[in-house]
Design a binder for this molecule. Structure first.
Ligand SMILES: Cc1cc2nc3c(=O)[nH]c(=O)nc-3n(C[C@H](O)[C@H](O)[C@H](O)COP(=O)(O)O)c2cc1C
Ligand code: SF4
Length: 493
């Protein structure tokens, strides 16, 4: 269950699915083609990015990762987006990477497997991500003895707090020991807000840390890094890229109203959008015209002082005007309101209220988790249309029945329906719907067992199938502890 669920939550039943007959599916808008820039999707169905934690520690594609994507492709969605993939050539734990040409053979195999499993029907995109450093929550003793950078401010504040002026000239080792020995309330008086956050949550860099050279220079380096990654994606055979401008990561932080950078890359709507536009143009300049370039960004950050739907509508219009081939919308998923992690663990952006907005569960407020983001998506799509621009808008968030998906399309809320967890629960659900076999669909319970695994960087699986037929010799791909199968049952499972 998501720990970000609202207080006073109520349990919502799964909605009536309204699965279509074969004939109704043939007439459905959901299964009608849609143009996405230079390509046409066979249907308006989309599996959005989902990190499955199956890459190696060097960020390489593995057989389990290929099996994961081939399994989604067997359900023949119109588009499948490969997980957030790091664009830099730096160690990033088990995150998939595309920051060097050595990743090309693995990524090429992945593309080939998806083409084969979908009979060429599914268009394949890859989500490109950059992120800043997030450290684990430290032991207080380690924080005070090693991590805290002592300056005159600490000496002065400790002297004032204790009424002992000798702390103003105290030697650093003594000072560190004294700070550790203070009560939490006293520590709060001596530490800055950022230092307190580093102690309680782990140090987290921000795009506004202009005193850090590698943060100040992000506008100089990121366009080139994204462009090189996009070229690699193209060389590996992907149909396109999704620029990750959403959730808790670098580009979303540039778009955030909290971005008050004073160097022209923040502080106003135009300033906040400047780097996202420059990154897009750099990518567009190097890829072929037949390669799709889209972006995922937030319809609402849902944090104090963050960007709201009006900001998102402005971004959408300008991104569409610049020529992006699709706009995929998400909501929330920020570090700012995340729960405090245990010592030794990292803060996870899907644990607070904004996290619940991103991946809502059946434990929700009166609005409930199903189609919760649609009113925002509709507002943004209307703003794009009102500006005379035509670009497909992708909606996500609890869209896990035919009725919800089809109604959203017919109302004009969105042009394409993305379903992450329902596709994980049953990767064949699109095909079953299309063939009038809706009653065979394994329905997602929307309780976020999968998200819990993601939080701990464990191989993501679904509670509804990961113990099924475990003793069968045909089930060859298992989690590290051998207790869970890694691929959903069914074809290729
Ligand atoms: C395990 C897991 C991993 C995810 N990883 C990503 C990701 O890499 N990039 C991204 O933009 N969204 C990611 N998401 C969010 C989904 O794409 C989607 O927006 C969200 O789950 C809501 O859609 P749903 O209700 O259909 O699941 C992830 C979701 C889950 C459950
Ligand atoms: S574990 Fe399976 S059933 Fe539970 S939320 Fe995730 S996809 Fe749905």
């Amino acid at each position: 269950m998501s720990t970000g669920s609202p207080e006073n939550r109520i349990r919502h039943p799964l909605p009536e699915p309204g699965w279509p007959s074969l004939e109704a599916a043939a007439r459905a808008r959901l299964f009608s083609p849609v143009r996405v820039g230079p390509v046409t999707l066979g249907s308006r169905t989309w599996v959005p990015a989902m990190v499955p934690w199956r890459a190696t520690l060097e960020g390489e594609v593995t057989p389990a990762l290929i099996a994961w994507y081939a399994r989604f492709a067997a359900g023949r969605p119109g588009a499948l987006v490969v997980e957030a993939t790091g664009i830099r050539d730096v160690p990033s734990g088990p995150l998939l990477r595309i920051g060097h040409d050595r990743y090309l053979p693995g990524l090429t195999r992945l593309v080939e497997a998806v083409r084969e499993a979908s009979g060429g029907e599914t268009k394949l995109f890859i989500q490109l991500i950059d992120f800043l450093a997030v450290k684990r929550r430290p032991e207080p003793a380690v924080y005070f003895s090693r991590f805290l950078r002592i300056d005159q401010g600490h000496r002065a504040r400790l002297a004032a707090l204790t009424g002992d002026p000798s702390w103003s000239t105290a030697d650093e080792v003594n000072l560190r020991g004294a700070l550790l020995g203070l009560s939490r309330e006293q520590q709060a008086e001596v530490l800055t807000a950022r230092e307190q956050e580093a102690l309680d949550y782990g140090h987290r860099e921000r795009v506004t840390d202009l005193e850090l050279p590698h943060v100040r220079s992000l506008p100089e380096v990121l366009p080139g890094l994204f462009a090189a990654a996009a070229q690699r994606a193209e060389a590996a055979g992907f149909d396109g890229v999704e620029l990750h401008y959403a959730h808790a990561y670098t580009m979303a932080s540039f778009l955030s109203r909290t971005n008050d950078r004073s160097d022209g890359y923040g502080g106003s709507p135009e300033g906040r959008l400047r780097l996202p536009l420059e990154v897009y143009r750099a990518v567009r300049n190097v890829v072929r015209p037949e390669t799709v370039v889209g972006a995922r960004f937030l319809a609402d950050e849902v944090i104090l002082g963050g960007s709201r739907v009006e900001d998102a509508a402005y971004y959408a219009v300008e991104l569409a005007r610049a020529g992006l081939d699709f706009l995929s919308l998400s909501k929330g998923g920020k570090f700012d309101d995340a729960k405090q992690p245990r010592v030794g663990h990292s803060v996870y952006p899907y644990t607070g209220p904004s996290g619940h907005e991103c991946m809502p569960t059946v434990w929700s407020d009166s609005v409930g988790p199903f189609g919760r983001q649609l009113p925002l998506v509709r507002q943004i799509r209307r703003a794009v249309l009102a500006a005379g621009l035509v670009v497909p808008v992708v909606a996500a968030g609890g869209l896990n029945t035919f009725r919800l998906a089809e109604d959203a399309l017919l109302r004009g809320d969105a042009d394409i329906i993305a379903a992450a967890r329902q596709s994980l629960a049953d990767p064949d659900w699109w095909q079953k719907m299309r063939e009038g076999r809706g009653d065979e669909i394994r329905r997602c319970a929307v309780t976020n067992y999968c998200e819990g695994l993601d939080q701990h960087h464990k191989e993501v699986t679904c509670r509804l199938w990961d113990r099924q037929d475990l003793e069968s010799p045909l089930v060859t791909l298992r989690s590290a502890d051998g207790k869970r199968r890694l691929v959903a049952p069914g074809p290729m499972g």
